[in-house]
Design a protein around this ligand. Structure first.
Ligand code: FAD
Length: 299
């Protein structure tokens, strides 16, 4: 059915159905207000669909395989045969279950759900273009509006997400098959999660980080076990480098990484999927990505 130019009114309009938005909408409804939640992609937002939940599901699954494969000292000799496609499908099932739960929870609490992209159309109105071709639009007049539109991955200059070998965190958690090697730009918690998942599955991982340490800004007693674990898994770290550019070579993808402080010239030979580093030193450190083909990915 094509819906065109419908006009509705609500006490509280919430834009964005992530953990910020759907909780606000439910609470407003529980307090007796008419609440309308507008989501343009998927209920649960980044956290449930592309972030916390898929990453933790993959960490859990890869832990099972890795623990079994490394338990000789307990007298367990196993060589798990991991079907990566099935693992990703299992992760997708977990995500579907939880996002479906969010939708049901909203409905059970009386929240009106509107699927589409919201834009402000004056001081007290939202214009929502409904998802899907030919689905029309509607105007929602509100008393109060909560903007909970979250965030999205930011491109590093020189690494457009549209370029085939360059993956953002969403794509890295939705690969169809495993690369031989990968370079992860950034040793924040997202980079560290993706790195450890892939390293446990046997991918050769190099992490390039422009600061001097991984998980900068978090307390040492929390970060030390993570760093130690990463090193035990064989993850190589290249600190003090910022992603700059990548190019194809006979050996695969080569990524230029340059010293942040424009000082020492180091030349690591990291094998990775794409290695990066940001700065304008005249002495680039170059890391190479050996895989001949890009891993296929779900768009
Ligand atoms: C790999 C990864 C792992 C993470 N792990 C953790 C973790 O373990 N713990 C943790 O606390 N956090 C984690 N995070 C961060 C967490 O995902 C975010 O902090 C959280 O999702 C923010 O919630 P939000 O509701 O503000 O925004 P989002 O979850 O981003 O939701 C915003 C929603 O708004 C919608 N939207 C945007 N614009 C419009 C519009 N104009 N109209 C309609 N809808 C719109 C979007 O489609 C989206 O669904 C992780 C993130 C990633 C990427």
């Amino acid at each position: 059915m094509v819906v065109g130019d419908v006009s509705t009114g609500t006490d509280v309009a919430v834009v964005g159905g992530g953990p910020g938005g759907y909780v606000a909408a439910i609470r407003a409804a529980q307090l007796g207000l008419d609440a309308t939640l507008v989501e343009m992609d998927a209920y649960g937002g980044t956290c449930l669909n592309y972030g916390c939940i898929p990453s933790k599901a993959m960490i859990t699954a890869t832990d099972v395989a890795h623990d079994a494969a490394t338990a000789e000292e307990m007298g367990i000799y196993a060589d798990p045969d991991v079907d990566f496609g099935e693992m990703v499908a299992w992760k997708d099932g977990v995500v579907d279950q939880l996002t479906g739960g969010v939708e049901k929870l909203c409905k059970a609490n009386g929240v009106n759900l509107v699927e589409g992209r919201a834009e402000f159309a004056g001081g007290d109105k939202l214009r929502v273009v409904h998802s899907g071709e030919g689905q029309g639009s509607e105007t929602i007049e509100y008393e109060h509006c909560v903007v909970a539109t979250g965030s999205r991955p930011v491109e590093v200059p020189g690494f457009a997400f549209d370029d085939d070998p360059v993956l953002d965190s969403r794509q890295a958690l939705a690969l169809d098959d495993l690369p031989d090697s990968i370079v992860v730009v950034g040793a924040g918690y997202i980079g560290m999660e993706i790195s450890t998942v892939l390293a446990k599955l046997g991918v050769d991982v190099t992490v390039v980080e422009m600061l001097d340490e991984a998980l900068a800004g978090y307390p040492d007693d929390l970060t030390q076990p993570v760093k130690q674990r990463a090193e035990e898994l064989g993850i190589d770290f290249e600190f003090g480098l910022a992603a700059d550019s990548w190019e194809e070579s006979d050996d695969g993808i080569v990524v230029a990484a340059e010293d942040e402080d424009r000082e020492a010239s180091k030349t690591p030979q990291a094998d990775g999927e794409a290695s990066t580093a940001n700065s304008r030193s005249s002495r680039p450190r170059r890391c190479s990505w050996r895989s001949a083909a890009s891993p296929s990915r779900t768009p």
